[in-house]
Design a protein around this ligand. Structure first.
Ligand SMILES: C[S@@+](CC[C@H](N)C(=O)[O-])C[C@H]1O[C@@H](n2cnc3c(N)ncnc32)[C@H](O)[C@@H]1O
Length: 302
């Protein structure tokens, strides 16, 4: 689909694509109308577009509202097939994720959390919504952007696997099993990312997960949901937690937003509620990369 309208975030104040760079952008979406049939403009990469200076346009800080126009990309800018993406994932997962300190520390954190409090067990997770992971086939093919999407996916799937292994299905009928052990609770996973190419979607579905269009993913979030969204815009977070505080929220926490110059006067009600109802631990660093910078794991404690 050819995109005629795109939204450009304001120039990023922070270093690189990670952390501080994203939070500030949300309230200053700028709508730019591309002239049709201009090849140069249509071929411009998302990275290049982000550097384009644009005059500020002030949205009301109502925050809950979705951006009026969602950034999409032209199908002609997709280069990889679903099997190319699967091959990339297998490579990144094996060489950059398995055995990394980030992977080990993340596993320890999840297990600690699950085992820590038998008197006050962590909330159950029976589904997960992964937001804004990025395309696995970025427009400019940049290795680091691609790596970031794959490592975020590997981390997300590791968390889901650990939760599945340690949560048992409470609805399972004991009488139907010889063993008194309940089977693990299957966690249904939804992915929402407007930049996904058809091959990205096919890849994700091939892993056994579901892809939804925005805003359907927001509507799925309930108190037994894990929400995973790294380096997202404030409005996306607000939409994700607009109905309730989910069981687990992985993303940029209130601590980071509060420290951002220029965030005064915005609507923080939902973020404050999340902060109040959760215990927060920093997401382990992906050494040498900004993959999880400014990201925390929030566990609801009520
Ligand atoms: C700053 S990027 C972060 C990408 C990646 N997670 C990272 O750490 O680099 C924000 C992402 O949010 C995605 N996004 C925008 N609107 C969205 C929506 N309504 N639902 C889910 N993702 C959205 C964008 O397409 C983009 O990939």
């Amino acid at each position: 689909m050819a995109a005629s309208d795109v939204q450009l975030p304001q120039p990023q104040p922070g270093p690189g694509p990670g952390p501080g760079s994203c939070p500030p952008q949300q309230d200053e979406w700028t709508q730019v109308r591309r002239k049709p049939r201009r090849k140069a403009a249509a071929g411009k990469s998302q990275q290049q577009q982000r550097k384009t200076p644009a005059p500020p346009s002030h949205q009301p800080p109502g925050a809950g509202a979705a951006p009026a126009v969602i950034m999409m990309r032209a199908d002609s800018t997709a280069h990889l097939s679903a099997s190319d993406i699967q091959r990339d994932y297998d490579r990144f997962e094996k060489s950059q994720w398995q055995g990394s300190s980030c992977q080990r520390r993340l596993k320890d954190l999840i297990l600690q959390q699950l085992q820590a409090s038998s008197s006050n067990p962590p909330p159950r997770v029976n589904q997960a919504v992964c937001l804004g992971i990025g395309s696995f086939d970025p427009e400019d093919g940049a290795w680091e952007v691609k790596r970031r999407a794959h490592i975020q996916l590997a981390a997300f799937l590791s968390i889901i696997a650990d939760l599945q292994q340690h949560q048992q299905d409470p609805d399972h009928d004991h009488d139907q099993q010889e063993s008194s052990e309940r089977p693990p609770l299957a966690i249904r996973c939804f992915f929402q990312e407007p930049l996904f190419t058809p091959a990205d979607k096919e890849f994700v579905k091939g892993l056994g997960h579901e892809v939804v269009d925005s805003p359907a993913g927001f509507a799925k979030v309930d108190r037994e949901t894990l929400v995973f969204g790294v380096h997202l815009y404030r409005d996306i977070y607000n939409q994700a937690i607009s109905k309730c505080v989910p069981a687990v929220f992985i993303g940029t926490g209130l601590d980071i937003w509060e420290g951002y110059h220029g965030s005064g006067g915005l609507d923080w009600v939902k973020m404050e509620e999340l902060d109040r109802q959760c215990d927060r631990v920093p997401f382990p660093e992906d050494e040498g990369f900004t993959t999880f910078s400014s990201t925390s794991i929030h566990w609801r404690n009520t």
